[in-house]
Ligand binder design. Structure first.
Ligand code: PEP
Length: 253
């Protein structure tokens, strides 16, 4: 069954107390969640245990991490493994965010390794893709995104795809206040679903949640989420304020 998901990516924001208050604010809003309408909260690593305790009785709010390392363990000072995340109660991990690809030079093969380790450790993956502005201006975004998805995911078998969520995040829309139009989002999401269908069949593709990310806010969320192939959002800036995050959750159909 295809789920609607709103995932909050706090990035490198909020100290422990602010994070605790934010989660408390989200819970106080008592969002109307169900098996098919769910939330993921992805705070920085240091928040995970605290956030996990706060949401432990929430059936439809999951704990997410923003990254994991591409090796299982070892001498990688400062890094966190997929197994550690699993042991901390994490259920989802974001892999391939454009900020990680750009600022930390993460390669397609590293992202494929991370995905394997995440799945091996029982985590679900929110796999990010999306084109920079010059690619959009050249109108080659479909090929660009297809290549990212093939490189990161197509080594997986069809069974593993049930634990993959794809987040389409055009880089020119992330944190810029410039949102893709609903038509642009729908076009790309349909394209992504078609790429998945061509490799894994219609059932796998139709079951997959494909999220939109990029300056999504309460004011534009309803229009984006009304698109037939947009199954929710990966939310950065607007996930840092309970009322904004709740507004986006409310916009989910
Ligand atoms: C993101 O970084 O995943 C994101 C979508 O950020 P923002 O909502 O701030 O554009």
């Amino acid at each position: 069954m295809r789920k609607k998901i709103v995932a909050g990516n706090w990035k490198m924001n909020l100290n422990l107390e602010d994070g605790k208050n934010l989660v408390a604010g989200i819970l106080a809003g008592n969002p109307a969640l169900t098996e098919s309408k769910q939330v993921v909260i992805a705070p920085p690593f240091i928040h995970l245990l605290q956030t996990g305790v706060q949401i432990e009785n929430q059936q439809y709010i999951s704990l997410g991490a923003q990254n994991c390392h591409f090796e299982a363990s070892g001498a990688f000072t400062g890094e966190v493994s997929a197994a550690m995340l699993q042991s901390a109660g994490v259920q989802y991990v974001i892999i391939g965010h454009s900020e990680r690809r750009e600022y930390f030079n993460e390669t397609d093969s590293q992202l494929a390794q991370k995905t394997d380790l995440a799945l091996h450790n029982g985590l679900k993956v929110i796999f990010c893709c999306g084109e920079p502005l010059d690619i959009r201006d050249a109108d080659t975004q479909n090929d660009y995104v297809a290549a990212q998805i093939k490189a990161g995911l197509f080594h997986l078998d069809a069974t593993s795809l049930k634990d993959i969520v794809i987040a389409y995040e055009p880089i020119w829309a992330i944190g810029t206040g410039r949102t893709a139009t609903a038509a642009q989002a729908q076009e790309m999401h349909a394209h992504i679903r078609q790429i998945v269908a061509a490799q894994y069949g219609n059932d796998v593709a139709n079951d997959m949640s494909i999220l939109y990310g990029g300056s999504c806010k309460p004011a534009n969320a309803a229009e984006l989420m009304a698109c037939p192939d947009v199954d929710g959002g990966l939310i950065g800036g607007a996930s840092l304020k309970a009322e904004e995050f709740l507004g986006i959750i409310d916009a989910m159909i």
